[in-house]
Design a protein around this ligand. Structure first.
Ligand SMILES: Cc1cc2nc3c(=O)[nH]c(=O)nc-3n(C[C@H](O)[C@H](O)[C@H](O)COP(=O)(O)O)c2cc1C
Length: 191
């Protein structure tokens, strides 16, 4: 069975909703597990083992000025030394308050981390919804190719945002990454 590990941080719960949608999508093509990074940058027990065993690692972070994610990224130098994640599938997602908010900077950060590990980056593969008739509930209304984006206004609760369209974008993104990981899984790893 293809395994997809989703490692993410969420300070206030919005990115966690996005992560759950990514997980639901990924679960259509494998076993998908969530690994939340806490406010101090620490991981739940067993996460490093789950990442080592995963066929795909999907990383998610709110768009912050800095990032709690950094501690995880630095700690990943241990698997990096052994090239343990080389050739695994990688992908990223982010959520921010502003419609733009420099979300691309966060996706670039996740992308470069994956490239440092020698991973294979998968984008959304989703057409942007950018016609005059498009609205916030259309899939990929934020028009992101490199990873999934969502927007949660600063005064919204996680019950209100991300909107269903952003969650559907996350779901389709997760499904794509998992399907790609299942298709390209090395025979040696197959049961
Ligand atoms: C320290 C900090 C920095 C932030 N920087 C940005 C930013 O650069 N751009 C933006 O659009 N939103 C920014 N935000 C807003 C968050 O991205 C937004 O509130 C997001 O929904 C938080 O996700 P979470 O609920 O998963 O923590 C920032 C929030 C915090 C707390």
């Amino acid at each position: 069975m293809t395994s997809i590990a989703i490692v993410f941080h969420s300070g206030y719960g919005h990115t966690a909703k996005q992560a759950e949608a990514v997980r639901d999508g990924a679960a259509t093509a494998g076993t998908a597990t969530l690994h939340p990074i806490d406010a101090e940058g620490n991981l739940p027990d067993g996460t490093w083992e789950a990442l080592a065993a995963a066929d795909a690692i999907i990383m998610g972070s709110p768009t912050y000025m800095g990032s709690v994610f950094k501690k995880f990224a630095d700690a990943s130098s241990k698997p990096w030394f052994g090239q343990a994640w080389k050739d695994k599938v990688a992908a990223g997602f982010t959520n921010s308050a502003s419609i733009n908010g420099d979300k691309a900077g966060t996706l670039d950060y996740l992308y470069h981390l994956a490239m440092q590990h020698g991973m294979v980056w998968i984008g959304t593969g989703l057409m942007p919804s950018n016609s005059k008739a498009a609205n916030r509930n259309d899939v990929n209304w934020l028009g992101s190719f490199s990873g999934a984006m969502a927007e949660s206004p600063s005064d919204s609760s996680p019950d209100e945002r991300p909107v269903p369209g952003d969650l559907e974008t996350a779901r389709q993104f997760g499904a794509r990454v998992a399907a790609y990981a299942a298709r390209t899984r090395l025979p040696a790893a197959a049961e």
